[in-house]
Every structure is written in C-alpha cells, then in structure tokens.
Design a protein around this ligand. Structure first.
Ligand SMILES: [Zn+2]
Length: 445
C-alpha cells in the first residue's frame, strides 16, 4: 500500500524535455524551462529541479538546447472526409495551368479505366487557368466519351462534368437549377458542366460512388499523419454527412492510440432534395448534442451552408459583383432566411452549437440574423455559435458578430488560392474588409 502511494505521488517520466522554452499557454502565459511526460500525459512542467524529480532510471532526456516546445496546434476547420480525394486526378493550377493540361491528365486516367467507370479529379480554378474559364463538357467529351468525368474545383463548392458524367448524376439538357444550385449553361440553356453549391447536395453527392469504410480509414490515417507532421494534434472535421464517415473515426478511436483528437461537425442536409423538415431534423431527435463524446472523439458544431462560394462567384453579396458585366449579379443563397431561422431554432433548442457556412457579406448577415432570431426565442445556455469560412466583412457585419459573441472560423488559404487580385476583382473596394485578420483599427474612418 505504502509503495503504491509512492508510485502515484512520484511517478517517473518516460521522457524529460530540458533546457528549452516550454510554452505553457496557462492563465499567466508562462514560459517554463522543462517538462516531463508519462504515457500520453504531462507529469510536470516548470523549473528544472521540480521536473527532475520525475527522472527515473529509464527516462529518456531530450536536451532542447534553447529551442521552443509548444502544445499541439488545433486545426479549427478541415474536411478530412475528403481525404480519399488525394487519389483523384490532380487538376490544380500547379499541375494543370490550362484546360488542355486538365484534359490530358484526365485522358491518361481514362486509358487505365474500364468503360463506364467514373474518372474523378480535383482542384481546377478557372480564374487561374490560361483559358480564364471553367472546363466544360465540350472539353472533356472528346477525351472521355465512354467514361463519366467529374472534377471538383479548388474550393470544393463547384464541380464540372462531361456529358456522360452529367447524365450519370441525373442532369439532362432540360434539367432546371435546383434552389441555391446554379449551373453554367450554353445559349440554348443546356447545362455545360460547371455547377455550384446546392447542386452538390441534389445531384452530385447522391450519385457519385460512395467511399467505402476502408477508403475512409486509409484516408483518415493519412491525413492524421500529415496533420501531426505540422504539429497539429486536434482537428475539427467540418462536414460529417453519413454513417461511414462517423464509423471510420470510431473504428480508429478503438484502434489505440489515435494520433489526433477529432471533433466532428455533423452536416444535416435538409432532405435529399433540399426540402425542409425531412431527414435533417433527425439529428435533433437523437438526444446527442455538441460536446458529446470524450477528449479524443466528440461532437462539435452542427453545420449548414448559407450561401455560395468565392471561386464560382456565388457568395451572396449585399451589392452586385464588381466584375459582373451587367452589374446585377449578387451571388446566390443556399437557404432562405426563414429556413436558416428555423434551423437555428432547432439548434438552439437542442443544445447544439451551430457552424453556419457563409462567404459573402450578405451570406454572413443572413447567418448572424438567424442566430439573433433564435436567441430571442429560445432562452438557452450561452451557446457561442460559429461562422465558417466567412470572407467578406463590413463594419455592420463585424459589429453584429461582436454583439452576438460569434466565433469566426475562416480559411486563410483561400486568400492565397484566389489571390489579392482575385478578391479585389470580384469585390472591388469592399475587399479591404475581406479576410480581416486583426482588429478594425486599420479601417479608414
Ligand atoms: Zn469548409
């Protein structure tokens, strides 16, 4: 008994880190000089003599030689469910600067496939392509007449298809745009291939081949390793849409040790065809809510898309796009204000935190209004909701966000992808409030 007490009160460390700058991020933001760990827990952090007390005969001592030791980083919004896409044809600007380069790469993959098999690609970005337009069915049909082709754009909000691909996802020449899902069309009104936003929920996701549990397990292991290499130890998965996507994380959770703490954001699409009050509500009937789980795998904010994206210029703006030749295009919404309000009431009444995915200033305002609407009607614990992506701000939206205590989870890599010219080209002078990384102190008065 006495011996057991000694072991508990003074356990020996597996590893000691000494002579470093240990960033604690404690309430006093202290920098310590040493730290010891046992298993997956920190034993001690502080001055050398205090930490040295955990030194045992088998302890490994790492001399940091003045270097800095930091806690694991948190990736606050990432789509790890897309990790199987790493095996798709790379159609990014770096690999394919023109549409003919994309066609060539797709043709090479097609030659290896059986007729009828899907050929899938990722990463095209029309503004950067030499051609300055989206690849469409007429670019892709000649090189892949017998295989459906689908390519996701760099932002993931838009896709393009060849003709067999369009037919396979249920799009004919006379198929109308679904609500919040614009399609590029020729002069006779026939879909050309490129399509955005809700077309994913209505046509694309239900009809593309589903990832198997094994595809996801392999993809998740890969992405967890990549994130760990960057020092990331916790990640928020921003859209869990189906059972295998959850089951694969649970499987990895059981296969100890998981090298990444995962917070899952369920995305309860409003019905298969975007109809309110169908499948979406079921998540609110489970009794589960944000924070359910443990420190390794738990539920985070429930997600829903409010407006379109940046690359396809469908983000909803309060004033028209600066580069629209007609001067009337303001982007498009994926949800009406009423549906967003109704969703937020369900969220707030069932103890969920929400992550509202919005892009343009009008999209951001719609999300904030829905939060305000639900707050007034449902008196709940102080849930701090999130805006995901959220790129184009103005003074009014920033004030409203502060007033509602909303958390901002942006995606800074998009600025690098679109480029400053891309952002100013679309939004003109408004772009000075895009991607605000610091305070509003630099705003012109
Ligand atoms: Zn996202």
């Amino acid at each position: 008994m006495a011996q057991a007490e000694v072991i508990i009160s003074n356990p020996t460390a597996d590893t000691l880190f000494v002579n470093g700058k240990v960033v604690t991020v404690n309430s006093r933001d202290e920098i310590a000089e040493a730290l010891s760990i046992r298993g997956r827990r920190i034993l001690r952090v502080g001055k050398r003599p205090y930490v040295d007390q955990t030194l045992g005969p088998d302890t490994k001592v790492v001399d940091l030689k003045g270097r800095t030791l930091v806690p694991g980083f948190i990736e606050n919004h990432i789509h790890m469910t897309n990790s199987p896409q790493r095996l798709w044809v790379d159609c990014s600007y770096a690999a394919c600067p023109s549409i003919s380069d994309i066609a060539e790469k797709i043709a090479a993959r097609t030659r290896l496939a059986k007729p009828g098999d899907w050929i899938l690609g990722r990463g095209f970005q029309s503004a950067r392509l030499k051609d300055g337009r989206n690849p469409n069915r007429f670019d892709l049909d000649p090189i892949s007449p017998n295989n459906p082709v689908g390519i996701a754009n760099r932002e993931g909000m838009g896709w393009t298809f060849n003709t067999p691909g369009l037919r396979r996802i249920g799009v004919e020449d006379d198929t109308p745009d679904p609500p919040g899902g614009p399609m590029e069309r020729d002069l006779r009104g026939r879909p050309l291939g490129p399509m955005w936003d809700n077309t994913r929920e209505v046509f694309i996701k239900p009809n593309l081949p589903k990832y198997s549990l094994d595809d996801l397990l392999e993809g998740y292991r890969w992405i967890a390793g990549e994130l760990n290499r960057c020092g990331i130890t916790t990640a928020f998965e921003a859209a869990i849409r189906n059972l295998p996507e959850t089951a694969a994380w649970q499987r990895l959770r059981a296969e100890k040790p998981l090298s990444l703490r995962v917070v899952m954001g369920p995305y309860p699409v409003y019905g298969e065809k975007w109809e309110a009050n169908s499948t979406a509500g079921k998540i609110f009937d489970t009794g589960l809510a944000t924070s359910f789980g443990d420190s390794w795998l738990k539920l985070g904010a429930v997600q829903i898309g409010i407006d379109g994206g940046v690359i396809g210029q469908t983000a909803a703006l309060q004033e028209p796009y600066s580069n629209d030749p007609i001067g009337t295009w303001r982007g498009s919404f994926r949800l009406s204000q009423e549906t967003a309000n109704e969703f937020m009431i369900k969220v707030q009444s069932n103890d969920w935190q929400a992550g509202l995915i919005c892009h343009g200033d009008h999209g951001i305002m719609r999300g904030l209004e829905a939060i305000a609407h639900a707050r007034k009607r449902v008196d709940n614990r102080d849930l701090r909701h999130r805006l995901e992506h959220a790129y184009l701000w103005n003074v009014e939206t920033m004030d409203r966000m502060a007033e509602l205590g909303v958390i901002w989870n942006t995606q800074p890599p998009l600025l690098e992808i679109v480029g400053r010219e891309g952002v100013y080209g679309q939004w003109g002078d408004r772009a000075r409030f895009a991607f605000p990384g610091s305070s509003r102190s630099s705003q012109p008065s």
